[in-house]
Design a protein around this ligand. Structure first.
Ligand SMILES: Nc1ncnc2c1ncn2[C@@H]1O[C@H](COP(=O)(O)OP(=O)(O)OP(=O)(O)O)[C@@H](O)[C@H]1O
Ligand SMILES: Nc1ncnc2c1ncn2[C@@H]1O[C@H](COP(=O)(O)OP(=O)(O)OP(=O)(O)O)[C@@H](O)[C@H]1O
Ligand SMILES: [Mg+2]
Ligand SMILES: [Mg+2]
Lengths: 468, 468
């Protein structure tokens, strides 16, 4: 029988691995990641220096249940939005805005809340004060699985919520806590590495004393500026839809309004090249004319998109982050100039740390970031790992087997920053292989690799001289 | 501003790589795959030996546009369903049915049609005759992007559609056609390899003569039987929902109805272990009682799920497929006994071909299948590749660097068959790393590897004897 596979519990249960909840250990990490990402995004958007509190508390009498709490000093959330934000998939403020942010889909925290309810039956608990003057509210959000909609219940004043403004999210879920690789601890440590302006106070399960990641910089990063789509990245069907839906009275006006880098002159030459009147009503554009405009756009020289929509970490702070994290002899970092894939601006940053007390006969360790968020899973699926494996490290004096990572006392840091990171799935764990992105990562790695190669040959020469 | 990122053009355009349309070459392949999978599924469901026609025709006057047509002799499609099937995401007949099939999400062909309209503005063209007695209909399906719903237009009799029953799907899209690795040709060839009962007639772009893959077997595979969820795979939230929605009058009845392998006796002992009355009304079960039942279920011994819901290819036919495809000295294959991951039955099959005219110093070639569909992309993300790389091929006499594929004149065939294949994204290109699945693949590879190892040591001994 034919019917809809609507986005509800059944879908989440079947597709958990698509959303990052494959197993209890990963589910715990994904839940924290989604909440922390939201908090940092919200603080940056409001130009507040982020102070985060993360608590993982084991549930008494249950062996694999935790209450995860993430609290921020952000702008808070208006009561009317709470139900949809936490209880509806695909609802958010970032999908349609073309600028760099950690969240981009509208799925993250609602999926985490659903996973909690799926495994423990418990609702999410939200506390928020949306402005310095108002009361702080506390409420529970559960998903009515029969009607597939959120229910907001037990709303009352949150007398214990002391922040001037901010949000606290609590989710009770089935999870597993382990230290080491791909752990919550590693995630928070790497988050601090790529976000020196954030401070995180972290209470692990059963810990009375918190781990504190103090902020290393009081400077809020320049906020990303939203841009309009660039005409060279837009498909025929999207162009047709933009024109049909445009409030402008003329085609020429609609082209200027809908796109970035389209001035009156550029709009005029697009119309001329297409042979369509610039005064035509955009709502009346037929498919054939849209096709002519589409081809004309792709033949017209148009300035590249503005790049203040992306926010690289910056060479200095990448180096500083590596120095804090790794004991090494050589540190090098580079921020590439902005580039574009499918109309979306992006920036690649890379860094290397070599030597020190790193193991000389281990495979290199790759630390990956996308929009300043650590990527801890699915390296095999990631364009970053593929670019590292595809780089000829032998050129810089390292050992490397075909199809594998280089061997040596080496840490490789790569950051992909974009208005829309092309992840391989909604769990946002690995970057898809767009050739423009792979090319830029390779160029960044080669730049750092050359510095490493020069350092290593200099050291070999010095060692040879000492022998003589 | 907060709003929904609804599943329409904008989402498809942004998430193309999630659905398999990353670039024109892949989009052409994905479109053919989604249509071919649907045709084979429909024929098998109706117990018809599948005869497929696949045509790729370049569009005159355009350099990168093709019309893709896939036609089958299946049961056809009822007119009232055409709009939703081809024009609505998440609409299908397979998501809720727990049995092996190639399609499982309700997304495939609608995404392909949307991609066509996105890149060329053209609607899909559907011809279908849903029974031997009726007229064949022809209609166009386009997506109204403003209202996000399908429009079925220009419906008329399809005088050229000669089959007694069946469906023809035509999509005009931006694509690129290249032969060789990861091509349409390779996909059809591997489809024939894993589906010997299917015949495919294939007209490539500009080809007057078709490539014909004749059927190698007149036996239709045993159809997969649908099963109910197994209680051991079900989460607390799903249990709660199943009980609340059950039409049964008692809890005991609801347990028997909702699950496979739950007899009256088993249902009774679950209720006893939970301390909940078997006569309780299922709709009145509160969260606390659902929790008790959930824990009781997981402590109760329950027979493993029935495995007639999965359809392995079978050792003989795997060997036959390899022999047809590869020139080698040794062939070996194994079908593992059925296993379960997260309540879902699955079966692993593996095969090896060694020697012959395969290159001795190349990395081994891995041919992957999921539910009899070739997986050509994202090997790095795939549990199959990870299991191959994680197998210690040195134990069987092969060379292998750490973290890489083995080296040698070797082809490795792996098939994952399940009621629900856990793909890493909706493009269904790679299998997610469930430990139960990885373990079974390793066991299958080890079984085949031991045969290879024995063969190679025997050959070495024979070679040594010849030297003496
Ligand atoms: N702590 C918070 N403070 C303020 N606003 C928040 C907070 N958390 C979530 N939001 C709002 O709720 C929206 C939905 O969050 P959600 O995590 O579901 O999606 P997203 O962050 O937009 O995308 P993604 O799925 O990639 O995480 C956000 O876009 C943001 O507007
Ligand atoms: N050629 C066909 N003949 C008969 N029925 C078809 C045919 N193609 C599609 N269908 C029906 O339309 C439904 C939707 O197809 P669609 O490809 O969108 O999703 P699916 O095959 O169920 O899942 P998936 O997204 O994994 O492909 C199918 O489930 C099937 O019932
Ligand atoms: Mg988010
Ligand atoms: Mg399908």
């Amino acid at each position: 029988t034919l019917r809809f596979a609507t986005l509800r519990f059944a879908t989440l249960a079947k597709n958990r691995h698509l959303l990052g909840f494959d197993n209890p250990r990963k589910a715990l990490l994904t839940t924290i990641k989604e909440a922390v990402d939201n908090s940092i995004d919200a603080c940056e958007e409001a130009e507040i220096l982020p102070d985060l509190l993360v608590e993982i508390s084991p549930v008494e009498g249950e062996d694999e249940r935790f209450v995860v709490a993430v609290e921020d000093n952000g702008p808070g959330i208006v009561k009317a939005q709470v139900g949809k934000i936490f209880g509806k998939l695909l609802y958010g403020s970032k999908f349609h805005s073309m600028k760099q942010s950690r969240g981009q889909q509208g799925i993250g925290i609602s999926a985490a809340g659903m996973y909690g309810q799926l495994t423990t039956g418990k609702p999410m608990r939200i506390m928020t004060r949306p402005s310095k003057s108002g009361k702080a509210l506390r409420m529970e959000v559960r998903i009515d699985t029969a009607r597939n909609r959120p229910e907001v219940m037990r709303e009352r004043e949150a007398k214990t919520f002391r922040k001037g403004s901010g949000t606290r999210v609590e989710i009770e879920l089935e999870g597993r806590y382990l230290k080491g690789k791909q752990s919550v601890d590693e995630y928070l440590q790497q988050t601090a590495m790529a976000n020196p302006h954030v401070s995180i106070t972290y209470y692990g399960p059963g810990e009375d004393d918190p781990v504190v990641f103090k902020r290393a910089s009081k400077r809020i990063p320049e906020p990303a500026r939203e841009i309009k789509p660039h005409p060279h990245g837009v498909e025929l069907g999207v162009l047709a839809r933009l024109l049909k839906g445009s409030p402008a009275r003329t085609l020429k006006g609609a082209l200027q309004d809908s796109f970035s880098r389209v001035s009156a002159a550029v709009a005029g030459s697009i119309c001329d090249a297409a042979g369509v009147s610039p005064k035509a009503r955009p709502g009346a554009i037929a498919n054939r004319e849209a096709d002519l405009l589409y081809k004309a756009i792709n033949k017209t020289r148009i300035m590249s998109p503005a790049t203040d929509c992306v926010v690289p970490i910056g060479q200095e702070l990448v180096l500083e982050g590596l120095r804090k994290e790794v004991d090494a002899d050589l540190f090098t970092a580079v921020t590439r100039p902005p580039a574009v894939y499918r109309g979306n601006p992006f920036v690649i940053e890379a860094g290397l740390a070599w030597g020190g007390n790193l193991a000389a006969d281990d495979l290199a360790r790759v630390i990956r970031f996308a929009n300043r968020v650590p990527l801890l899973y699915q390296p095999g699926a990631c364009a970053i790992s593929k670019s590292v494996v595809g780089t000829t490290w032998k050129n810089y004096g390292l050992q490397q087997s075909r199809g594998a990572l280089p061997v040596g006392p080496l840490v490789i840091f790569v950051h992909v920053a974009s208005v829309w990171v092309p992840f391989t799935s909604e769990s946002k764990e690995a970057v898809a292989h767009y050739p423009e992105i792979v090319k830029e990562i390779r160029l960044a790695l080669n730049e750092c690799g050359r510095k490493l190669g020069a350092f290593l040959s200099r050291r070999r020469r010095e060692a040879d001289e000492v022998k003589k």
